[in-house]
Design a protein around this ligand. Sequence first.
Ligand code: OFO
Length: 170
Amino acid sequence: MISTKMQAALNEQVNKEFYSAYMYLAMSAYSNTIGLPGFAHWMRMQYEEETLHVTKMYDYILNQGGEVELLAVEKPPKKYGSPLEIFKKTLEHEQYVTSLIHKLMDLAVEERDYATQTFLQWYVTEQVEEESNVNDIVAPLRMVGDDKSGLMLIDRQLAGRVAPTPLPVK
Ligand code: OFO
């Protein structure tokens, strides 16, 4: 069982995860438009991963006897600037999501909601990985700068990202 306040907070986070998915799909489309198919693929995989973050939380609310309320998803921007700016915006976004997860954890601790603390630990760990993955791309992008061949090499590497493993439905 979860409190009404926790239920509302988790529903908010479902919405934020939906926004993440939506934004990465927009970044994928944009990357295609500017001729970077590897970037577009990476962002498409990130979109897939965010949808898993959505449904994992959705399932948890239902499993705790709560009510899911799907809120309106904000429209993401259409353009994201240079290849480096795309990933700098990605990093900023993931840092923001990490702060949201930490706020949720604070609430779970305040409410002595042990089940939700355990559940959220998965997201805390996931955010460390998300930020680290993006940092690993920002660093070489900074290094290559405007060098086209360096950029093409990174694009080819990003094209190799594998699809996320589906999470079990509970
Ligand atoms: Fe759901 O982790 Fe990214 O936003």
